[in-house]
Design a protein around this ligand. Structure first.
Ligand code: AR6
Length: 183
């Protein structure tokens, strides 16, 4: 199945799982996290509250993922992951962002699910430059698709501007080039 890039509100997508760009507490927040909680209804917060803490206040460390039902969403499940906060790129941000995508796909497979939509993890409040995040997301997801053809992945961007950046990263990856070289 292909890797699709769309411009949409992720809470409207009818897929097996949408990914939430959450924070380690998993008790909601702004951005896509807030939108998902509003659309899923209060049962989502209760489900998140029931997830065990690995340390005080931490239900999902950066780079890991947790799954809950989707409740009132058209998506059957929500896979919550926590992207890295951008600190200039020298604090393991690309590795952690790649790990988010891999962790979410691992949960998808473990639950026998087939279709998943990702937002632009870390590209909002967490400040990751969109072009750099797009390169990591596209490379990681294409690598995963090489090993698992039976899943369908949608990259769901919240604006046409962000969608075009992700599309460019994918086009360049398909051509085997550097996505944002100076030339
Ligand atoms: N559908 C799709 N994408 C969306 C939507 C939506 N409904 N709403 C926003 N985006 P952000 P982060 C885009 O800030 O950077 C929260 O408070 C948005 O335009 O949601 O990982 C969490 O609790 C951007 O491109 O997530 C954390 O504290 C992308 O989603 C923190 O924000 C990600 O932006 C996580 O920050």
């Amino acid at each position: 199945m292909p890797l699709n890039i769309v411009s949409a509100d992720i809470t409207t997508l009818e897929v097996d799982a949408i990914v939430n760009a959450a924070n380690p507490g998993l008790l909601g927040g702004g951005g896509v996290d807030g939108a998902i909680h509003r659309a899923a209804g209060p049962a989502l917060l209760e489900a998140c509250r029931r997830l065990p803490e690995s340390s005080p206040g931490v239900r999902c460390p950066t780079g890991e993922a947790r799954i809950t039902p989707g409740f009132d969403l058209p998506a059957r499940h929500v896979i919550h992951t926590v992207g890295p906060v951008w600190h200039g790129g020298t604090h393991g941000e690309p590795m952690l962002l790649a790990r988010c995508h891999r962790s979410a796909l691992r949960l998808l497979r473990e639950h026998g699910l087939r279709t998943i939509a990702f937002p632009a993890i870390s590209c909002g409040i967490y400040g990751y430059p969109v072009a750099l995040a797009a390169t990591v997301a596209v490379a990681t997801l294409r690598d995963e698709l090489d090993h698992e053809e039976a899943i369908g992945i949608t990259l769901c961007c919240f604006s046409e501007t962000v969608r075009s950046v992700f599309q460019r990263a994918l086009d360049m990856a398909l051509r085997g080039g550097e996505p944002f070289s100076a030339t």
